[in-house]
Design a protein around this ligand. Structure first.
Ligand SMILES: Nc1ncnc2c1ncn2[C@@H]1O[C@H](COP(=O)(O)OP(=O)(O)OP(=O)(O)O)[C@@H](O)[C@H]1O
Length: 633
């Protein structure tokens, strides 16, 4: 066992190692510890890269990333101490339920992409995004685990990774990086809705051919997911989304267009329902440390979970949270975790059980390892004699766009011989502590997110200098089906990115996005735009709807806005006449447009999209210099 921790039980084992539930002795907080497999430890190239990546991994502080607390290495062991997620892998959820709803699959993809965005922003690729590495909690939120850990399939020459999720460039050139991560995330989206990954084969060469040459099987997925999968699974990495952020932004648009504004709420509810059905498999539900009867109590909780009445949709998230709390409460013998985050505490134990060096712990300690850190209190910066000089992670986050496919070594860390196994095998720690005096990134009951406070990430387009303002609201003031007015109000002078998507829906079919516009606004706090899009013909006798979706980055407090209007359908000519149906070139303003506010500034130019900024109440000023219209998709 890693010095300073006490093993509770094994949680599972995979190709990359074994994972244990443990407690951090100084605080009693639960953690998960992964011991890397011998196969990985023998892979010198992997070990070099992973050691280097751990410098950055411990700095990634994002709610969707399983937090890496520290990396410890001896001559015969390598262990990653990480945040314990009280949930189940998506793999287990799919094995049990077969598939998820499209909304749930989109919610999972959103979590995965935001986690990837956080890691890619720091120059770290995941390298093995699979359903096994997405852990789903009882509230329907998911976290991505195991960054940087990928093992070679048992075939000579096969690149590291999981074949069903491996991008073409990985098969051909062994090229791991953000584009391959996005491809793998798209495979997970596909599998979540279909119950199987996009390509299947009996052997590796056939699977490789599938990824390299077979068309993406879009015909079997819901319409609303097709654009996302078409680009996410593009064979050529250059044709994929340029970044996880871009993928996530289009996901929001397509999801809102296809499934309505509350798609995520429904998706989380479904995930919560599926995850809580597996509550007994949660790490804390079966903890033997919770005293006699814990198993029975957990089982009773499961019975209660399964016997829950069918709730109205809006109550499900609340119910799932209550269930999660109940499971944690039962498992912890009545002691709830302290506040938000996933610092989970076991019930108090007799102090003799928690002393380092007691029988059970000594037995689990790797031979020769010296407990150099067991007494280190969280929140205190102890000098660490085992840490090689110069290995502190002071490297700044890699700037956006600076990604390359080489191993992610932070600039300035000359870490060429980091493991330094010496005669006593003192563990080599790579803690997440920054040089400031707030201590290592150990879990602490008083600090929901252990470690030092980290600067918030800079969104793309802001240049890194001026923090983006909060966006108070986005609104569709009117929408006729072909023209409308959109308003955005921010707390500061920008920049704010606005994405407008136009959708079309035939009858009861899901809506598809037919055009997208993207604009950057700055210089004011309120902007109004007249927008216009020609939705095209509607065959006589059919019903069609034209919609508009407005999203901002940073996200508006009121979320994405959607409005839809019916398109005027020409009357079909009598069957005897051969005259062609007239096409409505510009559908007149529909009385069914959804005015969110009273139009206050609809006096924009006649054609195209024009944005107007508001400097002072009642005074309108045009900002042609700030107009930056880009089209994509
Ligand atoms: N941070 C964590 N919190 C809670 N449980 C975890 C955590 N990490 C892993 N687990 C559990 O441990 C099990 C084994 O994980 P591990 O990463 O070794 O295998 P895997 O992901 O199933 O396969 P592979 O090693 O091929 O990626 C997982 O299935 C999961 O249930």
């Amino acid at each position: 066992m890693v010095p300073g921790y006490r093993e509770v039980r094994q949680l599972g084992a995979g190709r990359t190692g074994r994972v244990f539930l443990a407690t951090y002795q100084a605080t009693g907080a639960y953690v998960a510890i992964k011991y890397l497999s011998a196969t990985l430890r023998r892979d010198a190239e992997f070990m070099d890269r992973f050691r280097t990546a751990t410098h950055t991994l411990v700095e990634i502080d994002d709610p969707r990333v399983v937090r890496c607390y520290e990396y410890v290495e001896t001559r015969s062991r390598a262990a990653v101490v990480m945040e314990l997620v009280d949930g189940v892998p998506l793999r287990a959820l799919l094995d049990e339920h077969g598939r998820t709803s499209p909304e749930a699959a989109l919610a999972l993809l959103k979590d995965a992409l935001l986690a990837l965005a956080a890691a890619h922003g720091k120059g770290v690729a995941h390298r093995d995004v699979t359903p096994g590495n997405l852990l789903v909690q009882a509230d329907g939120a998911a976290k991505l685990a195991d960054f940087g850990v990928a093992v070679h399939p048992e075939e000579p020459g096969a690149p590291a990774g999981s074949p069903p999720y491996m991008a073409p460039e990985l098969w051909t050139r062994g090229l791991a990086g953000p584009p391959a991560d996005l491809y793998a995330a798209a495979c997970v989206l596909f599998e979540s809705v279909r119950g199987r990954p996009p390509y299947r084969a009996d052997d590796l060469p056939a699977l490789r051919d599938g990824h390299l040459a077979e068309p993406v099987p879009l015909e079997v997925v819901p319409d609303a997911l097709r654009d996302l999968l078409r680009r996410g699974l593009a064979k050529d990495p250059a044709s994929r989304y340029a970044s996880a952020e871009e993928f996530a932004a289009e996901l929001e648009e397509d999801a809102a267009a296809g499934y309505g504004e509350d798609w995520e709420k429904r998706g989380r509810r479904h995930l919560a329902e599926q995850a809580t059905a597996l509550a007994l498999r949660f790490p804390l539900a079966a903890t033997g440390q919770d005293g006699p009867g814990a198993g029975r109590r957990a089982a009773r909780t499961r019975e209660r979970v399964l016997a829950l009445p069918r709730l109205p949709p809006h109550l499900w998230i609340a119910a799932a949270t209550v269930v999660a709390a109940a499971v944690a409460l039962v498992a912890s013998g009545g002691r709830l975790p302290p506040g938000p985050g996933t610092i989970l505490l076991p019930q108090p134990e007799p102090s003799s059980q928690r002393e380092p060096g007691t029988g059970d712990e000594a037995g689990a300690r790797p031979p020769g390892s010296r407990d150099t850190a067991s007494a280190r209190p969280p929140g205190r910066q102890d000098p660490d004699p085992a840490r090689p000089p110069g290995t502190r992670d002071t490297a700044p986050a890699r700037p956006p766009g600076a990604w390359d496919t080489a191993p992610a070594r932070p600039p300035g860390t000359q870490d060429t011989a980091p493991s330094r196994p010496d005669a006593t095998e003192a563990p080599t720690r790579r803690p997440g502590a920054s040089p400031s005096a707030t201590g290592p990134a150990h879990p602490s009951p008083t600090s929901p997110v252990p470690g030092t406070p980290r600067p918030s990430s800079t969104p793309p387009g802001s240049g890194g200098a001026v923090p983006p303002p909060a966006v108070r609201s986005a609104g569709i003031l009117r929408w006729s089906g072909s023209a409308g007015t959109v308003r955005v109000v921010a707390d500061g002078p920008g920049p704010v990115r606005v994405r407008v998507a136009y959708t079309r829906r035939e009858g009861d079919a899901p809506a598809t996005t037919v055009r997208r516009e993207e604009l950057t606004l700055h210089g004011d706090t309120a902007y109004t735009a007249d927008v216009r899009y020609e939705p095209g013909d509607v065959p006589c006798g059919t019903v069609a709807y034209a919609g508009i979706v407005v999203m901002t980055e940073p996200a508006a407090a009121n979320g994405p806005q959607v409005s839809e209007a019916p398109l005027t359908t020409p009357t079909c000519p009598p069957p005897t006449t051969a005259a062609p149906a007239t096409s409505p070139q510009a559908a007149p303003a529909s009385p069914q447009a959804t005015p969110a506010e009273t139009p206050s500034a609809s006096s924009g130019p006649d054609a195209g999209t024009s944005w107007w900024g508001q400097q002072d109440a009642g005074t309108w000023r045009r900002h042609p210099n700030h107009l930056n219209v880009g089209f994509f998709g």
